[in-house]
Design a protein around this ligand. Structure first.
Ligand code: ADP
Ligand code: MG
Length: 259
């Protein structure tokens, strides 16, 4: 007497052919309805198992890379409203989405006051680049300085810095948010120098590059850093009122605006 499908599935699972086991009823049905040869049937079983394993491997890899990228939120370009942001055209955004600029080691500098969507745009581009297979790392400037200072001391910082150094795209958010001392500026310069010929950088800042000098302290280091960042770079000025302000949730509702 032939075995029931359940028994076959059980046996397949004990042989670790889990994917085929789950899909067995469908495969058998298709084989019967299409009069597959024995060879074709066996071939399809094997291919199915192999394909599913590869897909799962890819998904796992993607999840891991996504986790490692440490995005601040899961905001994509699909939810980035270009009508709200007149300073970037659809054509320009589409060009950025092709990511040839990453292959060519171009940097992006996103400037603008708080709330105009710099972090959202940077994250959206980062997530999409990750989807296309690039290694991406997101870090805020404050965090980065901390990591650089503790890289030699803690394993956690070391691991995180390794991922940043290995990334194809490094997003440094809120540059120059705080003033740096000489040691910090030096560490930052060395990182930028390491990344210069190996990765693309997206920098966001609410200060324009000519104000960066004051915050970095040392004019020589500032020039050296700026040279490397702007050598191959596109600067995008995001402007307009804060998106947060315009879309804020109020306690009093519409009337509050009038008074
Ligand atoms: P910034 O980094 O420039 O200070 P954020 O990127 O953090 O600003 O944006 C502030 C908030 O407004 C976020 O919740 C973001 O998703 C939203 N936001 C800003 N610009 C847009 C936009 N063009 N379309 C959709 N949401 C936006
Ligand atoms: Mg921001």
């Amino acid at each position: 007497m032939s075995q029931s499908i359940e028994q076959l599935q059980h046996q397949l699972r004990s042989l670790r052919l889990v994917e085929v086991a789950n899909h067995l009823p469908n495969i058998i049905q298709e084989a019967e309805s299409k009069d597959w040869t024995y060879r074709k049937f066996l071939n399809n079983l094997m291919n199915y198992e192999q394909r599913r394993r590869e897909e799962k491997q890819f998904e796992k890899q993607f999840e891991k890379r996504f986790k490692w990228a440490t995005f601040p939120f899961n905001k994509t370009l699909e939810t980035f409203n270009l009508k709200e942001q007149q300073s970037l055209s659809k054509k320009q955004l589409n060009q950025l989405r092709e990511f040839t600029w990453i292959d060519q080691l171009f940097n992006l500098i996103l400037l603008g006051p708080p709330g105009v969507g710099k972090t959202h745009l940077a994250t959206g581009l980062g997530i999409e680049a990750l989807n296309k297979g690039y290694k991406v790392s997101f870090v805020s400037m404050g965090e980065l300085i901390n990591l650089l200072k503790t890289e030699e001391i803690t394993r956690k910082s070391q691991a995180r810095m390794k991922r940043i150094r290995n990334a194809n795209l490094v997003i440094i958010d809120d540059l120059m948010f705080m003033a740096m001392d000489q040691n910090e500026a030096n560490l930052f310069f060395h990182l930028i120098n390491d990344l210069y010929n190996n990765a693309s950088i997206i920098l966001t800042s609410n200060k324009s590059p000519n104000e960066w000098g004051e915050l970095l302290g040392d004019p020589a280091i500032t020039t050296a850093i700026l040279d490397r960042i702007v050598h191959r770079a596109e600067v995008i000025h995001l402007n307009g009122d804060s998106y947060r302000m315009r879309h804020r949730i109020t306690i009093f509702g519409q009337e509050s605006v009038q008074n």
